[in-house]
Design a protein around this ligand. Structure first.
Ligand SMILES: *Cc1c(COP(=O)(O)O)cnc(C)c1O
Length: 414
């Protein structure tokens, strides 16, 4: 199979794939809702536990339908390994915990999903790992901040909710020159739109809760490992490097960190996420067409004081969208009204568009990030994080554009 969509729909069809192993020829991968698996012989059981036999033993460590989801993610992203976890936050935490030690530092930006920011600022800080928050639209800031204790450069590829788009190719080059691992949260564009492998990304993390699950069905995450060479000089992976060579990083994450922290994806959620994954491109394409219509409508509306949609020709990010995002502007629009009060009025007036967090759902969703996702931070901090009280984050769904536009138009009448 050559095409991305064919790979999404069919997944791995090799003779030993989960799909081909089903003795009834089930067209959908069966859900093995079981916590453990039985062995015919004690010898096999021992071999499985010692890693000498590739068999399922316990669902915190591995489960057939979870493996099916992983093999599909691996196939579409061309990563060396793909690991499914229970949420996007788990994906972020696990991949970083595999690489850093107290006294080391991470270079990232303040323009992050609120809980990701909180993870760096609070949780990692407590472990003695320092996070430096810089503006990645200026490469010099990154260059100047890197020192011999820097272990990770982390960014959100199209930041949520500010919709900043970075030159990941240039950052990837810098990461290569300095030998620092580049971890990218690719939740917004997904592997369909942005191909991490091409741009020097070492590890990609995803919240599969969003566009991959699609119909708001389940929470999940994924870690895609693009095994370069950099990790080989990292202290926490030395044991795995000695034992497993090139597979060391993947072994470290999958067989140690993931297993010990325990954020496994439930088999039922893996089923729901495969269902969503199969229609990813159709949904994202349709939502992006709708987003462009929404952005065009809002940009000429008298009540809108500011608007960001990177797929608009007059956006400062348009050329990066063309060169690195396959010309795909995505499905999220950020706009500002004159005040928090106006935002609340707009939200309360909506009839079809739902007032909810989450994004890239089939349904259009709107939220006021300042008073919700970022509420845990003091007001000044929220402004430093690029979130102000005038912002509405609008996630465009796959409804008919006419209905989305009608709803927005009537909701802005106040
Ligand atoms: C939602 C989100 C996360 C967290 O994902 P969960 O699945 O909710 O844990 C991380 N990064 C980005 C960019 C997100 O939008």
């Amino acid at each position: 199979m050559k095409g991305f969509q064919s790979k999404l729909v069919h997944g791995d069809l090799g003779a030993d794939s989960i799909q081909k192993m089903d003795r009834f020829g089930s067209l959908r991968s069966p859900v093995y809702d079981s916590n453990a698996f039985e062995f015919d012989r004690a010898e096999d059981m021992a071999a499985a536990f010692q890693g000498k036999l590739d068999a399922y033993a316990y669902s915190r460590v591995g489960n057939p339908i979870v493996r099916d989801l992983e093999s599909r993610l691996k196939l579409i992203s061309e990563a060396e390994d793909a690991l499914s976890v229970s949420s996007g936050m788990a994906a972020l935490a696990i991949s970083i915990l595999a690489l850093v030690q107290p006294g080391e530092n991470i270079i990232t930006t303040p323009y992050l999903f609120g809980h990701s920011y909180s993870f760096f600022a609070k949780s990692l800080g407590q472990l003695g790992v320092e996070s430096r928050f810089l503006d990645f639209r200026d490469l010099n800031q990154i260059k100047e901040a890197i020192n011999e204790r820097t272990k990770v450069i982390f960014l959100e590829n199209i930041s949520n909710p500010q919709l900043f788009v970075y030159d990941v190719e240039a950052i990837g080059r810098l990461a290569k020159e300095t030998g620092v691992m580049l971890i990218v949260d690719n939740t917004l564009p997904t592997p369909y739109i942005f191909h991490s492998r091409k741009y020097g990304v070492d590890i990609e993390v995803l919240s599969t809760t969003k566009s991959i699950s699609g119909g708001a069905t389940s929470v999940g995450g994924a870690i895609l490992i693009y095994q370069g060479e950099k990790w080989k000089s990292y202290a926490p992976v030395q044991t795995q490097l000695q034992k497993f060579g090139d597979e060391g990083l993947s072994r470290k994450i999958r067989k140690e960190v993931f297993r010990n922290y325990g954020p496994s994806l439930s088999p039922h959620n893996a089923y729901l996420q495969i269902l969503g994954l199969e229609t990813l491109t159709l949904r994202l394409d349709k939502a992006a067409v709708n987003s462009l219509r929404v952005a065009e409508f809002l940009s000429s509306h008298s009540k809108v004081v500011h608007l960001e949609y990177p797929g608009l020709k007059n956006s400062g990010y348009y050329s990066l969208i063309q060169s690195q995002h396959n010309g795909h502007g995505g499905a999220m629009v950020l706009f500002e009204l004159e005040s928090e009060k106006a935002c609340y009025k707009f939200l309360d007036n909506l009839r079809m568009v739902r007032r909810a967090t989450n994004f890239h759902d089939n349904k259009s969703l709107a939220i006021h990030p300042f008073s919700t996702i970022y509420a845990e931070f003091e007001e000044k901090k929220r402004l430093d994080l690029g979130v102000n009280e005038r912002m509405i984050r609008f996630s465009t769904g796959i409804e008919d554009a006419v209905d989305i536009l009608d709803d927005i138009e009537q909701a802005l009448k106040f």
